[in-house]
Design a protein. Structure first.
Lengths: 179, 179, 179, 179
């Protein structure tokens, strides 16, 4: 990725690599979000059964595979013809990651593997955000077939929507106003 | 692995890379299975002695080495003459991983390092599956000398046979029928 | 990085690669320091809230990104025209890492997430060193625009200043004199 | 490392890569040994002070750096002129790793950071093997200046001498004879 030393105009060449930085940032935000959700799930987990471990392994598979579509995205993002395939494969990977987080979580709830006091703020935030994020990925993959370039930004917006703890921030703002 | 940007027909070129995807998937399934078995073993382990740590280190060696035969498999899978060597080396590596899981487990049982209540479902599943999987790897390596292309699929079948918790799934299906 | 086998004069070629070694050493020292600070913070943390986890994720982002500017530094360090950009990008990354360590720490103090007995030696060392290190990075980035080659050494000095536990060393020296 | 697909004689080419396999095996054995010693040290550690953490970081530095001399060794091992430099740099790295394990261990003993009951078998094995291994590395580096090719085998012997738990094996053999 680093421009060759002989090039006179390194700053300009680095600026041209923006698709690489964008792809890395979106992938980091998505995996970071998966990690946050995963830590919330494991925190409230009372015990794990054999099936939950396997579902978790499938989630891990799609996380471990993400660098490949990320490289594709970085290589084709400013390229008219090919970015459609890259953006679609990338979106399907993000959908699979979010999908398996949702499956792991719903399986744990269904089998009563979570501890009882799941009325906490971060559990509610997780359940209220998982399904909308899945729907968003499906919609954005559809948009990508028609307008590929826009979708990368939208994937970043979905990741940010998942990561930012709106309720906690709101509560803090209110509390600091009162005091 | 990513086709160059100038190529008109990226989708087709990506499809041609199927050996890479297949090799990655089989390796992921095998290491995932090793991890599941390893977590079952360590869960029921009461204590570890000096020899168990060394056997575990040897297991780790063969896991750490797997990416090399995986790359070989990906490079030679659609290549008549060379795929025999790649498939055999790959199979020997998978056999070594399963072999050392079996050695670690039998050593722990022999030295009474496991806790007493090893009548649990996942311990029984482990002991009942380890030896058949070892025999299967040996047989498939033999088949590979004669028909290399078939074996990769068979390695995937063995990994799936090890991963899928048939008894747990069966019990769940029965329980959901009753209720 | 390894010179080709045909080259007669490998020792000399290896010596010419000094920018690579310097860049690796400075990056290792900086990340090592971040890890030490991070372990002090988590040791005195009573609990983590949703926002602290996100701030920690942002810190992790800038740590995960550091290898890219490190490679740039290694490639351009002995190159008149281009080292200015490399040194500046590298410095901004180091500043971001230290900045987010400071943000995480001050947030934890502000929200009273740390345990009460934060009068320990390593907590005092952390609070007394964080802000000077931030100011130092800002100053050195400025120097880098004017004299790029000097700054790499200065970044190493800052990392060492952060890592070396002066008070503990001093105390040990005094104690060994008395006895 | 993987020979190109067009080559007729892949098996032969793979066999020619023996220096790569040897270098990987010796490095794995050395790092594996460092990990075993490290786990013995941390197991008997009562608490860690600021200086111990820094010494541990220096140990980690030399472990993280080892892949570079390993690659050098693999590239130059069958090459008359250049293998001397590769073997010497590699040996110095192994010496630094063992040296810092010894420093961490002696510091912990000196500062009484270890728990009292350090009369256990693995602690005695550690203290009785650390200093001979250091001396061996120094001697083998000297031999390497004169006969480079032999030393790689000697480094492997040192690692095996450190890893194999002679007393435990002996005790087991005696016990199984009696019963």
């Amino acid at each position: 990725m680093i421009p060759s030393v002989t090039s006179k105009d390194v700053g300009h060449k680095l600026a041209e690599q923006w698709p690489t930085y964008v792809a890395y940032l979106v992938s980091f935000a998505t995996i970071g979000n998966a990690w946050l959700n995963h830590s919330v799930i494991t925190e409230y987990l009372d015990r794990a059964d054999a099936i939950l471990l396997r579902l978790n392994l499938a989630l891990l598979f799609f996380v471990s595979v993400l660098p490949f579509p990320t490289h594709m995205l970085a290589a084709y993002l400013s390229n008219e013809g090919d970015e459609r395939i890259a953006v679609t494969v990338y979106g399907l990977n993000l959908l699979a990651i979010s999908g398996f987080i949702a499956i792991v979580w719903h399986y744990a709830l269904w089998q009563r593997l979570v501890t009882k006091d799941n009325s906490e703020a971060d559990v509610r935030a997780l359940t209220s955000k998982l399904d909308p994020s899945l729907a968003s990925y499906a919609v954005v993959i559809g948009i990508g077939l028609w307008r590929p370039a826009v979708t990368v930004g939208l994937y970043f917006v979905i990741a940010l929507f998942m990561i930012i703890p709106f309720r906690t921030v709101l509560r803090e703002v209110r509390r600091s106003r009162r005091s």
